[in-house]
Design a protein. Structure first.
Ligand code: N01
Length: 534
């Protein structure tokens, strides 16, 4: 692209997960000089790193895959209703290979700083190995759950046993047979890994801070008939990507639960429970917006937990209370609650018995000591912002992104930031991210960013920057969309509540992917309203 200073690349992409791979593929097709840098030694992002036993997606495999390429969709055949991490990783590898992307990716290389040079309008990017590359545009495809969070518990470094974070699980097999294993954290990762660990270890101690709602997955192999029928569903899936809230269909009754009689209500919920997956939260129209409606659904799930866990005291400690269902990410697992019926699995409620310290031999709470051989942290991520703020990004006139986001992230459409010209974020804060099917969100973002770059190229312009007023307006819209939901009733990572000292700001856009896409498309069709192009 044009010239205002020497550059290595037109576009540099950070990350080679699904977002980075798709971005790179589109840039390559459009003839941009491009490259991706990736911290890991392979492609796949989330699915490269999260190798813990039991890791699988909670969105159905036929929905959790790319749609922009009909042939790719037709050629790939999923084996299970909810794909495992190894199968999704193979899909990412297949995608990269098929698109010829591997020569365009530098692996094992973390980006440690990115500085915008205002005079030349070029990003100067530094790697952990000390190399420096210059690119006109920078696209971050760093994921929203990619900065793992390990709590600073006193004594942590003294622990002599093995220690793992679920999001950094080793490639080599971990032998848990006969071992005493402690697991801290009961979110989606913890709830998936705990039954697997319980199947191998001699003793399992689960340290729970907040009980979580979890529903059965109802996972099973896809039938031959389902696999054969998939190609014919392609066009409908493409339509649903832009016309639905999540980017795929989540069938509901279309009725409010508050207007549904007791027996009919139970029949629907039992049906959803038996079907498995998260669709139970969409069975009725009002459970995501009305506390009384939500309580009816939450009570149904609470009763299921009580009916599953044989020891009433343990059951009661596992029953989530004090926040509406769906306001922390609903977890999915086929064996989580039943795992506590095994004699060698013990639950420690950190609300009544906090951890005092980690010792050389295990964990000491205010009530007991737990000798352990292995400690597993399923303690989540500095979600949405962590991977970006940890990267030392400096925009126009030396403005630091981490400093600018100290009071919470502000973006324009989750795609760009005022003061950071030519920097685009895929699934950034302020976009629908994990409140939609993230593959659908990625496809939308990549197409939108590609089209903006093509517009700049065809009109001989070199710089696109979000305007502060447009950013402020979008921040207000993100807050307003969240205020129409019940999300504020829970301490969740959506709000930054899982990280000590992090600003409490609702970060994803909760208005739905369909609405979000329409807004982004109108911005583009109005000459990139809210951007200054030069
Ligand atoms: O992380 P989390 P995750 N002491 O933040 C606890 C996606 N994902 O890795 O709730 C004790 O949800 C914390 O407690 P609390 C999905 O979007 C998807 O499990 O903060 N405990 C919580 O229990 C998901 O939502 C899939 O009180 C501490 C847990 O650790 C997202 O990734 C699978 C603690 C963290 O839960 C994140 O899931 C896996 C402390 N100091 C992940 N700090 C699927 O597709 C934190 N905790 C199925």
């Amino acid at each position: 692209m044009g010239d205002r200073g020497w550059i290595d690349y037109d576009v540099l992409v950070i990350g080679a997960g699904f977002a980075g791979l798709h971005m790179l593929s589109e840039l390559k097709k459009a003839g941009f000089r491009c490259r991706a840098y990736e911290t890991g030694s392979g492609v796949g992002g989330t699915w490269f790193w999260n190798r813990y036993p039991g890791a699988r997606c909670d969105i159905e495999s036929v929905d959790y895959c790319f749609l922009h390429d009909r042939t790719l969709h037709h050629d790939w055949v999923w084996s299970e209703r909810f794909a495992t991490q190894p199968e999704i990783l193979r899909y990412a590898e297949h995608f990269a290979d098929r698109a010829g992307l591997l020569p365009l990716i530098t692996f094992d290389t973390r980006i440690v700083a990115a500085d915008f040079d205002t005079s030349s309008s070029v990003w100067s990017v530094r790697t952990e190995h000390g190399d420096e590359v210059r690119s006109r545009f920078l696209v971050t495809a760093v994921g929203c759950m990619s900065a793992p969070q390990t709590p600073e518990i006193p004594g942590l470094s003294r622990f002599r046993g093995e220690r793992f974070h679920t999001a950094r699980w080793p490639r080599e097999p971990v032998d848990l047979a006969g071992k005493r294993v402690g697991v801290i954290g009961t979110g989606s990762s913890g709830i998936q890994v705990i039954p697997e660990i319980a199947g191998k270890a001699a003793e399992v101690v689960v340290f729970q801070r907040t009980p979580n709602f979890s529903v059965p997955a109802g996972n099973r192999p896809l039938t031959e008939a389902e696999r054969a029928a998939e190609p014919a569903k392609y066009d409908e899936r493409v339509t649903l990507a832009s016309t639905t809230r999540f980017g795929h269909v989540v069938p509901g009754t279309g009725q409010p639960i508050l207007n549904t009689g007791h027996d009919d209500r139970l029949a629907v919920l039992e049906d959803r429970w038996a079907l498995g997956g998260t669709s139970i939260v969409a069975a009725f129209t009002d459970t995501g917006r009305d506390l009384r409606a939500n309580a009816l659904l939450a009570d149904f799930v609470r009763d299921k937990i009580r009916a599953t866990v044989t020891d009433p005291e343990t059951a009661e400690r596992l029953v989530p209370k004090g926040y509406p269902i769906g306001t922390k990410r609903l977890c999915v697992s086929d064996g989580y609650f039943a795992a506590f019926n095994q004699d060698h699995v013990r639950l420690v409620d950190l609300r009544t018995e906090p951890i005092e310290e980690i010792t050389a031999d295990g964990v000491r709470t205010t009530g007991d000591t737990f000798p352990l051989d292995v400690l597993v942290f399923a303690t989540g991520f500095d979600a949405f912002t962590g991977a970006l703020t940890r990267m030392n990004i400096t925009g126009r006139d030396g403005v630091s992104l981490a400093e600018q986001w100290e009071k919470g992230p502000k973006t324009y459409l989750g795609l760009a930031m005022a003061g950071f010209p030519n920097l685009f974020t895929i699934t950034g804060p302020g976009s629908t991210t994990v409140l939609s099917n993230v593959l659908r969100a990625i496809e939308h973002h990549v197409g939108w960013i590609r089209d903006l770059l093509l517009t700049l190229r065809s009109t001989d312009r070199l710089v696109a920057e979000a305007e502060p007023a447009a950013q402020e307006d979008w921040a207000a819209q993100v807050a307003a969309a969240a205020n129409r939901t019940l999300y504020h009733h829970a301490d969740s990572y959506y709000l930054g509540a899982n990280i000590d000292g992090k600003a409490r700001v609702f970060m994803p856009y909760a208005g739905g992917l369909d609405v979000y896409r329409r807004i982004c498309d109108s911005v583009a069709s109005e000459g990139y309203r809210g951007f200054t192009l030069s």
